[in-house]
Design a protein around this ligand. Structure first.
Ligand code: GDP
Ligand code: MG
Length: 259
């Protein structure tokens, strides 16, 4: 069986020629001219339009990466009016993020690139706080559920996520309290340094290695993850956190072998 990296390389992620849409992502309202938000979407048709509309109504530019969804996600993205890039097949969270970053660099002049989930679990208010924070002179701002005391989540999931945060490889300078928080914002220069090869969940460790490099000014920002009925019904949060750990271990083992 081909591994995730090979599958991902085969896809030719930087090819946007068939877009058939506007060549340039619509300019946001003046307040947020400097930001573009990447939203990765995999089979989120019931909720994605609502999430995108809220971002767009705020004046944020949005690039939605439809990662080979088999439901009506692509139509919903178009109906909401976001700029869409679609993968012909599902390549996973890391590959989709890489596509989003490359599209952001190619189709916008945004100074800051943010990542926001499509499923309604991230809060706009947190993103706006992170935008304010990065404008104060940071290179990277990463959301954390663990800055304001322990969040309201199951004990086992909490333990898994803390373990993941400890096991994830990191640069010298900055210790993240929440390695698996998808709410992030970084500068265009940092985005240019990101090259994700692991398409599965292990991309998070790869990404963290870049984002916490000692030359960057990194800070965390307290955020809340919303556990909606939709997300609870769709996700298997506990199983996901087990998968994250398995992926990190696999990533470490394969990384060691390559040396
Ligand atoms: N592009 C892409 N996005 C994905 C994939 N799996 C999940 N996502 C998206 O990543 C975000 C977080 O995924 P989710 O399953 O809710 O993970 P969790 O909330 O962190 O447990 C959502 O916006 C999903 O639509 C995938 O295979 N490809
Ligand atoms: Mg989710």
């Amino acid at each position: 069986m081909p591994d995730a990296v090979t599958q991902y390389d085969d896809v030719g992620r930087a090819d946007y020629d068939g877009l058939g849409r506007a060549d340039y992502v619509d300019v946001g309202r003046a307040d947020y001219d400097d930001v573009v938000v990447i939203v990765r979407v995999y089979n989120e048709a019931p909720v994605v339009a609502g999430v995108l509309r809220e971002l767009l109504a705020t004046g944020l530019r949005v690039i939605a990466v439809d990662d080979g969804s088999s439901d009506a996600s692509a139509d919903e993205i178009d109906a909401a009016g976001a700029f869409r890039v679609s993968h012909p097949i599902n390549i996973g969270a890391g590959g989709a993020l890489q596509t989003g970053i490359e599209a952001a660099l190619r189709f916008t002049r945004a100074k800051y690139i943010a990542c926001f989930d499509a499923d309604g679990q991230h809060r706009l208010v947190d993103l706006l706080g992170m935008i304010q924070t990065i404008r104060q002179g940071h290179d990277v701002v990463i959301g954390s559920r663990f800055l304001n005391g322990d969040p309201d989540m199951g004990r086992v999931r909490r333990l898994m996520l803390k373990l993941a945060a400890r096991m994830t490889r990191r640069g010298e300078s900055f210790r993240l309290t929440d390695a698996h928080n998808g709410l992030r914002i970084f500068t265009r220069a940092v985005a240019g340094d990101i090259e994700l090869n692991h398409s599965g969940m292990a991309y998070a460790s790869e990404l963290e290695e870049v984002l916490t490099r000692s030359r960057y000014r990194v800070t965390e920002f307290p955020v809340q993850i919303v556990y909606t009925d939709y997300s609870l019904a769709k996700g298997q949060p506990l199983l996901n956190s087990v998968n994250i750990l398995t992926d990190i271990v696999a990533h470490r083992v394969s990384g060691r072998r390559r040396k």
